[in-house]
Design a protein around this ligand. Structure first.
Ligand code: PMP
Length: 447
């Protein structure tokens, strides 16, 4: 039976409240917006109100909503072959793997497919452990790596706190972050130098020969969109090489155009050993993630079986969507558009907002991947919501933007400006204007 025809949204809402158990939420207080359709940069609620989507639905729809080439690719694949076990070969899977391998740094030529980001992280860690014969994994405090067992323990963000099982061998360290420097540094250069020295020291005290991998978001996403200082990732690469540690770049959020390159590591000229991806690979039209694997690590499993798998690994519908999305992104210059919009509209526009609004403490990002830190006191950098929590001021800002037709993403005391890579300059400016007006009220919370 097809999904019942569109109603006024009341039935959908009531069924949701009665039967759907939502992520990351206290269920009783929930009041989800019913989204009935989407197109390009916009979504519509069940009352017909249109919203400019500055969230990309959890930084996912890099190609925008309902891109015709991707929808068609899924349709065609559904007609041809909906599913096949991972042990067989399939055209959609083979072509998706080729298109991904062509875009990763040289020497990462194999792809293990998963259903999303957390599973990609789980498998990357498993590969690193088996490759090195070591068990410890290091990750930074300000990070998010997914909500499954190892991935949530690797996560440094407060979402780990209620989930932490204290997985043996997971060790956190501080990464570079100029605005709230854990190293009390005075410059980007000093921040980089001290962050690398701190990592070296963490490794020395943990025992280098026990460490399988370092997992790093190239540009940490939900933990605050913090592009690393120049030289930091090269330094991490060098440290990993010296100690025989596998460098895993988590590009689940930063990959596939988000930062204005296919992968964020392209900005920094580093070659990780493993890259985890999901989201933008097919804009989430069908769940897909994976691990791009260096030739050296792939060879570990030439004779010895890889002891892991997923029924839906390389699902044809998801892979067909990836082929459609990557091809359209390539042919339509969508990655270059993300870079251009970041450099000419979002970056300058958000910095201009910071000049007008005392509540903005910091602006940072690149491509279509930007964060504003909102503070009640600029000098003291007092966050407008507690670490790991929210506040009336943040909720009010999101609600005011929604009333004015803008879907805005916030995490704790931060606004994340993360539209699709396809956004036009005019729509980006329109969204910034709505945010500008809404921030007038938020300024009242600033000293
Ligand atoms: N890693 C990063 C960097 C992410 O941003 C996310 C999701 N936001 C994940 C892993 C987990 O991905 P998923 O939700 O698809 O499991």
């Amino acid at each position: 039976m097809p999904v019942p025809a569109a109603d006024d949204g009341r039935r959908t809402y009531e069924l949701d409240r009665a039967h759907v158990f939502h992520s990351w939420s206290a269920q009783a207080a929930l009041d989800p917006m019913v989204i009935s359709k989407a197109q390009g940069d916009h979504v519509w609620d069940a009352d017909g109100n249109r919203y400019l989507d500055f969230t990309s639905q959890l930084v996912n729809t890099n190609i925008g909503h309902q891109h015709p080439a991707v929808v068609q690719a899924i349709r065609d694949q559904a007609e041809e072959l909906c599913t096949i076990a991972p042990s067989h070969a399939n055209r959609a899977r083979s072509e998706a793997a080729r298109l991904i391998a062509e875009r990763t740094p040289e020497g990462l030529d194999r792809v293990f497919f998963t259903n999303g980001g957390a599973e990609a992280v789980e498998n990357a860690v498993r590969m690193a452990r088996l490759h090195t014969g070591r068990h410890k994994v290091l990750s930074r405090y300000r990070s998010y790596h997914g909500s499954t067992s190892t991935a949530i323990n690797l996560t440094g963000d407060p979402r780990r706190w209620p989930n932490d099982t204290g997985t043996a061998g997971v060790v956190h360290f501080f990464g570079p972050f100029r605005y709230r420097s854990p190293f009390y540094s005075d410059s980007e250069e000093q921040e980089c130098e001290r962050a690398l020295a701190h990592l070296e020291q963490t490794i020395a005290f943990e025992g280098p020969a026990t460490i399988a991998a370092i997992v790093l978001e190239t540009v940490p996403g939900t933990a605050g969109i913090m592009p690393p200082p120049p030289g930091y990732l090269q330094g991490v690469r060098e440290i990993c090489d010296r100690h025989g540690i596998v460098y895993i770049a988590d590009e689940v959020m930063s990959g596939f155009g988000r930062t204005g390159h296919w992968f964020a590591v392209d900005h920094y000229g580093v070659r990780p050993d493993l890259i985890t991806f999901a989201k933008g690979v097919n804009s989430g039209y069908v769940p897909l993630g994976g691990v791009a694997i260096s030739d050296e690590i792939a060879r570990t499993f030439d004779e010895r079986p890889y002891p892991g798998g997923l029924t839906y690994s390389g699902h044809p519908l998801a892979c067909a969507a990836a082929v459609g999305a990557i091809t359209a992104m390539r042919d339509d210059g969508i990655v270059a558009n993300a870079a251009e919009i970041g450099a000419t509209v979002l970056g300058p526009g958000l910095r201009a907002l910071a000049e007008r609004h005392p509540v903005i403490g910091d602006v940072r990002g690149l491509g279509v991947f930007w964060a504003l830190e909102l503070v009640s006191d600029r000098a003291a950098k007092t966050p407008l919501a507690p670490y790991g929590g929210t506040s009336a001021a943040m909720r009010e800002l999101t609600a005011d933007c929604a009333k004015a037709g803008l879907l805005l993403a916030t995490t704790y005391h931060r606004v994340h400006v993360v539209p699709a890579c396809t956004i036009t300059a005019d729509l980006a400016r329109e969204g910034l204007a709505i945010l500008d007006a809404a921030l007038e009220r938020t300024d009242a919370h600033a000293a």
